[in-house]
Write a protein that binds this ligand. Structure first.
Ligand SMILES: Nc1nc2c(c(=O)[nH]1)N[C@H]1C(S)=C(S)[C@@H](COP(=O)(O)O)O[C@H]1N2
Ligand SMILES: [Mo]
Length: 315
């Protein structure tokens, strides 16, 4: 979503596909994997205080209409602007220390909570879910996340009746996240949901993936997964959950509010201001598939937006 230069996804489709990018990255990686073996697996996380919890039991009620994406693709093709605006940030993200990791749950709650992320994870009902993910840039993937329903955290927080929104914030430390030295961005990354969205059964906090702890580049130790929305809503590296009565201004709303709104629900029929959203490309595939309404989760979430203006909920 860098706007200073022509973005790769705005190129003609034949010129830059996620696959061609990944194929070249794969061949680059091939050499190092042979040399240092498993240690070169980008997903490898060593020794955080909740690593023993995985794998967790799969909840079979979440099914896919597409293959699970290749783990190496998912862990090496990322958006995480804290570490740079390219897709190739997985090595830079290893600088992040994810233990200890202090989380604050505050704002309109009965009592403020400060807890280490790994203690929080131990208290939560962990399960595995297969989810689609659809980036606003048109690439998509399917991931086996481990984690817990966001509702479990909301219930623990006991928000007061006036709380209407949940605002989430990413860590801020430009000494390790060199992307945060880009002063023209409004750090820290912020995202938000209505309380109804946050307590919908689909809203999930991912703490693991592929049966292992979640890698740093994918948002360790706590990362939101709201699969009916464009990917930028799924905030990584969360340090704060703040309950409020005011609609949060997200990072991307602040950067470019005319293109990235608060709701950002997936809709194939509502184009981005600069490209169509009718189709999407799965990581590792060269052909396009049709984009699904609410990314295939219409049944679970459409009721949340009944009667709301269409021009507000799909960008
Ligand atoms: N803190 C933070 N969270 C973030 C982002 C980011 O730049 N910073 N990028 C978002 C975008 S645009 C997408 S598509 C997903 C990408 O997740 P992935 O790298 O695990 O595929 O993370 C989202 N969460
Ligand atoms: Mo994205």
């Amino acid at each position: 979503m860098l706007i200073r230069r022509r973005p790769s996804w705005a190129l003609p489709e034949s010129a830059a596909t996620p696959e061609s990018v990944m194929l070249s990255r794969r061949s680059l990686l091939a050499g190092s994997v042979g040399l240092i073996g498993a240690a070169a697996m980008p997903g490898l996380a060593l020794g955080a205080a909740s690593d023993d919890l995985y794998p967790v039991k799969r909840n079979d009620s979440f099914t896919l209409d597409r293959p699970i994406s290749d783990e190496r693709d998912v862990t090496t093709y990322n958006n995480y602007y804290e570490f740079g605006s390219s897709k190739n940030i997985w090595q830079a993200a290893q600088a992040l220390k994810v233990e200890p990791w202090q989380v604050i749950i505050d704002g309109m709650v009965e009592k403020e909570i400060r807890i280490d992320a790994h203690d929080l994870i131990r208290k939560m009902p962990l399960e595995e879910r297969l989810y689609r993910h659809r980036c606003v840039e048109r690439w998509a993937m399917a991931v086996p996340w481990s984690g817990f329903p966001l509702k479990a955290l909301v219930d623990m927080a006991k928000p007061t009746s006036g709380a209407k929104y949940l605002r989430m914030e990413t860590f801020k430390d430009a000494s390790v996240a060199t992307g945060q030295r880009a002063f023209w961005y409004p750090w820290p990354y912020v995202e938000g949901l209505t309380i109804e969205e946050a307590t919908n059964e689909l809203a999930f906090i991912a703490t693991g993936m592929y049966g292992k702890p979640i890698p740093k580049q994918n948002g360790a130790p706590l990362r939101l997964a709201v699969p009916w929305k464009y990917g930028f809503k799924s905030i990584k590296g969360i340090v704060r959950f703040n309950f409020t009565d005011k609609m949060p201004t997200s990072f991307w709303m602040e950067v470019l509010g005319s293109e990235y709104g608060f709701y950002a629900n997936v809709n194939p029929g509502v184009p981005h201001r600069r490209w169509s959203q009718a189709q999407e490309q799965l990581l590792g595939e060269s052909t396009y598939r049709p984009t699904l309404m609410y990314n295939g989760y219409e049944e679970q979430v459409a009721h949340l937006y009944k009667g709301m203006p269409q021009n507000k909920i799909f960008y």
